[in-house]
Design a protein around this ligand. Structure first.
Ligand code: XIL
Length: 425
């Protein structure tokens, strides 16, 4: 029997059985990255068991996008972090997934594992296993982690409605943040402390969303969440995260304005906030422009960072042709990232997933009308890089900033060293 991480005759990693313990999980995580080095000369397209490799004449090889050609290596050279949202079960159970995440990302965020619902099966229990797995994976691959999120109107547990009341909501929120942010204190790059609290349609003068938190704890809940997060974790960058603030359409101009007003109110009251997350769920062909850049610069003048937190580009309005869709999606990536990454306070960019195989955009709410799978991410269903990958990498390269010593977790592999970073070709 082969050890984890060895390759069999087809060149595939032998890491198939799921780990039973946390130690095995960590071992597998390291093995998956090591396997990526061993597989650099092979064609891509290795999602699931395979007997015949893809056509080597047409398939790009891993060496074209891995090691020094990866997103994370290019990002490190240009003084920034790049990464993606991750599904903990896939890091554990799918070697191609783990390999791609290990190779490409210098920052991860659990897609769902830290939300209230998944984290809190009952009012008194916390289930940290999946979030812990992401943190462990990141640690063994020299990656940073964002926390998402501490306070949101969605993904609340089913017990919430019957248990959280006007009398105890502030207490629930405080306890939750102390427990969750406290558990990872000192270990996270940043926290989305409050997610999507602004909503124009709610019709309030202060722009706040009519949400359970607003209703139960009042408008002060945002300030409470940030202050409590700082109390629980002195070092994570505390972030307000929102969507539909990228474009210069009337609705998005309004919403972006209300987000700015919220941030100004918080700053004026001395609330600890370090960054604004611009989710960046774009549609193919969307062209964010001057309004967003003005917003980014105003935040910079206030001393705030801007993180691109959830980038993906849905192609649901485009016809079926895959090459046409890919071209327009890639152009959207290129134009958006080139524009944003030129700003000195934009130094972190994450996509909402790494492979089209697991994009949330194939869920009911966002699916294409023709039922075809969407292609919104830098790697396709079979882990081949898409044109969006190369657009993203080019945009990173368009930055004229050099690596800042000590500011980036990426360390080039030293020949002869065995470790989770694997080896270059
Ligand atoms: C989404 C996840 O991707 C889905 O798996 C889940 O079913 C719903 O939430 N904005 C956010 C993210 O801040 O948390 C959302 O994630 C996508 C939109």
């Amino acid at each position: 029997m082969m050890a984890h991480g060895q390759t069999d005759s087809s060149g595939q990693s032998s890491m198939k059985a799921g780990p039973k313990t946390r130690r095995e999980f960590l071992k597998n995580a390291a093995a998956a990255a090591a396997a990526s080095g061993l597989a650099t000369a092979l064609p891509l397209g290795c999602g699931g068991p395979k007997t015949a490799p893809a056509n080597p004449a047409t398939a790009p090889t891993l060496s074209a996008v891995n090691g020094p050609r990866s997103l994370r290596a290019h990002a490190a050279q240009h003084g920034m972090l790049v990464g993606c949202a991750v599904v903990p079960e896939k890091l554990d159970g799918e070697p191609d997934y783990a390999r791609t995440v290990a190779e490409q990302a210098s920052i991860l965020v659990p897609e769902n594992a830290l939300k209230w619902g998944p984290l809190r099966p009952t009012p008194d229990q916390y289930d940290f296993r999946k979030a812990d797995d992401v943190v462990a994976f990141a640690l063994s691959h020299n990656q940073k982690v964002r926390g998402h999120n501490l306070c949101w109107h969605e993904a609340l547990p089913s017990w919430f409605a019957g248990t959280v009341t006007k009398d105890n909501a502030a207490q629930f929120l405080t306890q939750h943040i102390l427990t969750v942010a406290g558990r990872y204190a000192g270990k996270l790059h940043s926290w989305d402390v409050v997610n999507e609290a602004v909503d124009i349609k709610s019709g309030r003068p202060d722009g706040l969303r009519d949400s359970p938190w607003l209703e139960l704890a009042g408008p002060g809940y945002i300030e409470l969440a940030f202050r409590t997060a700082r109390q629980a974790d002195a070092t994570a960058l505390l972030t307000y995260n929102d969507y539909a603030i990228e474009l210069d359409t009337p609705d998005q101009i309004d919403k972006r304005g209300q987000v700015m007003m919220l941030v100004r109110r918080l700053k004026a009251r001395g609330v600890p906030i370090d960054a604004v997350g611009v989710q960046s769920h774009l549609g193919a062909g969307d062209a964010p422009g001057a309004g967003l850049i003005h917003f980014v610069r105003e935040l910079r003048a206030m001393g705030l960072q801007v993180f691109i937190t959830e980038l993906d580009v849905n192609d649901r309005k485009l016809p079926e042709s895959v090459p046409d869709r890919d071209t327009i999606v890639a152009k959207t990536y290129r134009d958006y990232l080139t524009m944003m990454l030129a700003e000195p306070n934009v130094n972190v960019a994450l996509t909402w997933g790494i492979t089209d195989r697991y994009t949330w955009l194939n869920g009911k709410k966002n699916a294409r009308p023709d039922g075809k799978p969407e292609r919104p991410l830098p790697f396709d269903y079979d882990y081949n890089p898409t044109p969006a990958f190369f657009a993203e990498r080019d945009a990173i390269d368009s930055r004229r900033r050099a690596a800042q010593p000590g500011s980036d977790p990426y360390t080039p592999f030293t020949p002869g060293q065995s470790g989770p970073r694997g080896r270059y070709e």
